[in-house]
Design a protein around this ligand. Structure first.
Ligand code: ASP
Length: 298
């Protein structure tokens, strides 16, 4: 039951900090809008932020244009290994999976982990957990697309953050990780305080980008501290991504989305592109951009 069932609500999703290949713009724009629509339906009818985040990310995982679920990047052995994290701002519960193979929707495994004492499980154990929860398993090779087999280096986690009508906040991420990474490598995406965080009393954030640098900076924690000080989500994320090159080198880039407890939303990136879609209870229509350049040009 919601205490405040008619409060403001908001949802923002992203398709990863990356450089889009030629001709990929429409699929990215369409994809983030489709993902947004899944979560929006849930929030409009009074559903929870956790449900909305999961639904939006499931859609992003199913679309091969994004590096998550079907269409994940391949590691050094040419295999898919995926990571996903979810956080429920009501009670600070975290559910995450790392280097998981052979599941259709890693975010739903992370979601199922929200009910467990453990916060993060990896590898074969994570797949066994998914099987025990009756979540759909697939042959790992079925997650590989031609696009990923042909690419050299890419990174682009997907993510979503939401505020529901009851004032509850959630965040989620999902990724195929970095192309050519060591087997078993885990980046920031399933690590709370690094790739994501959510707290009803503050707000939520989800990142994509150079996972090692995001971890070293505990980037989501920094954004949460800024939101707690009352900074606008846009400014908080912009300052956070601007720190990446200083620690990770000139190539360290990323992008993030954030929401404050009062429903303000913001996003920023220093990667070439960053597809974002958002809708709030104050907006009639959703908006989507492929990056800040496009937003600035109207
Ligand atoms: N942050 C992800 C990772 O390091 C990759 C990405 O977002 O591009 O696994």
């Amino acid at each position: 039951m919601f205490e405040n069932p008619s409060g403001p609500w908001a949802l923002i999703v992203h398709g990863g900090a990356k450089e889009m290949g030629p001709g990929e713009e429409d699929a990215n724009r369409q994809g983030v809008l489709e993902a947004l629509a899944e979560g929006r339906k849930i929030l409009e009818r009074g559903g929870t932020a956790v449900d909305a985040v999961e639904a939006s990310i499931r859609k992003l995982e199913d679309l091969p244009i994004f590096n998550a679920g079907h269409g994940s990047s391949l590691n050094e052995e040419g295999e898919v290994e995926m990571c996903s994290g979810m956080m429920d701002g009501r009670d600070l519960s975290v559910g995450a999976v790392g280097a998981i193979k052979g599941v259709r929707n890693p975010v739903s495994v992370a979601r199922a982990m929200l009910g467990e004492k453990e916060t993060l499980i990896v590898g074969e154990g994570a797949r066994t957990f998914a099987r025990n929860k009756n979540l759909p398993l697939v042959n790992n090779d079925a997650l590989i697309t031609e696009l990923r087999e042909s690419e050299l280096a890419e990174h682009d986690t997907v993510g979503a953050v939401a505020l529901d009508k009851g004032g509850n906040i959630a965040a989620g991420t999902s990724t195929g990780g970095l192309t050519g990474a060591h087997v078993g490598r885990i980046g920031d995406s399933p690590v709370p305080g690094c790739g994501f965080y959510a707290d009803n009393h503050v707000g939520a954030v989800a990142f994509s980008g150079d996972g090692e640098t995001i971890q070293r900076l505990a980037l989501a924690g920094r954004v949460m501290a800024a939101l707690d000080r009352g900074e606008h989500p846009e400014q908080a994320v912009a300052k956070a991504v601007a720190m990446l090159p200083g620690t990770g080198g000139a190539d360290a880039d990323g992008g993030g989305i954030a929401i404050s407890k009062d429903g303000r939303v913001g996003w920023a990136h220093n990667s070439p592109d960053f597809a974002v879609a958002m809708i709030t209870s104050d907006m009639n229509e959703p908006k989507a951009w492929l990056g800040k350049k496009e937003e600035k040009n109207g």
